[in-house]
Write a protein that binds this ligand. Sequence first.
Ligand code: ADP
Length: 369
Amino acid sequence: MDQIYPKLVTEALSHVKYPGNGKDIVSLGMVEDDIRIDGRKVSFSLIFEKPNDPFRKSLVKAAETAIKTYIGSDVEIEGNVHIKVKEQPKKKERKILPEVKNIIAVASGKGGVGKSTVASNLAVALAKAGYKVGLFDADLFGPSAPKMFDVENEKPVAIEVEGKEGIAPIEKYGVSMLSIGFFVDPNNALVWRGAMATGAIKQLIEEGHWGELDYFVVDLPPGTSDIHLTLVQTVPITGAVIVSTPQEVALADARKGINMFENNNIKVPVLGLVENMAWFTPEELPDNKYYLFGKEGCKKLAEQMNVPLLAQIPIVQSIREGGDEGRPVALDETSIMGKVFADLAKRVVEETDRRNRELEPTKKVELND
Ligand code: ADP
């Protein structure tokens, strides 16, 4: 009598078709790879995505018949056949931004390191890559997105969508954006303390009619204040991008930022670090790099803290000019700086996908039939 081995069993099972789509159950990945063989006893498990799959019982029968037909009628199919029901990845059901796939917070420990520049250019680069993108500038103390998008004089209007009154984001450069700067005079920002500030930010995020978005970029205020703590606890952030310069003082604060997000009570994954103002290259000496704020400080911090380094962005006049003129450099993806931000967007997408995959439930519920 020939020995039975697992491949024989999968071959036999590949003759069984799933009636719902006519494909065989092996190539559909419905056969668990824990086929057990003990002499002429065979046990195997089928995986169903839905616990109440109408073909559950008939497929188990068909599988048993296939084994007996293709291997031998004497084969005993051991005991109960296990049916494992794959747990459906839960559809993200959230109250805040239910139609938004990924919320990316752009944060920095210190002000002036280029956080808003990175957030705006990242949003534009993601939109250029074909994603539906929203940008919310929550930088209460220095809202700069209206300037960077050249929409300082725009006034967001209230609209009603499906019976719900809300705020229509401003559309510019393929990005739907709102800024706390449209609503708050930055000169009075300090008055907007703690709960009031978070309340206002949260409300603007919630009341924006953002529609379906692949990426919602939130430009956070600098630092690790109470505002951040409340905000990251109320807005379901997919991951954070931390911006720093390679300078010691900035790095120390960036480290605090990373620790805040990774804190057990917060648990927002850090997608990675962006080293901004990494070096300066004068136009007349294109091969020279001057490390004005120190060399590769973020690269080292990223290694120490075990987070990816997403980009190193040099000090370039066009970045500052683009910001001041309201035309982010990322708009021209053929320019050197446009390419740098396109690469950053690509890395953010990769890291977000990786985090999302890690979150997918792998637990399987086992039912015995
Ligand atoms: P933050 O949001 O961290 O306070 P900003 O993004 O507002 O910082 O940047 C501060 C200033 O530095 C802005 O004038 C901006 O145009 C400029 N800037 C930021 N990054 C760069 C860069 N890589 N090269 C040149 N200028 C930059």
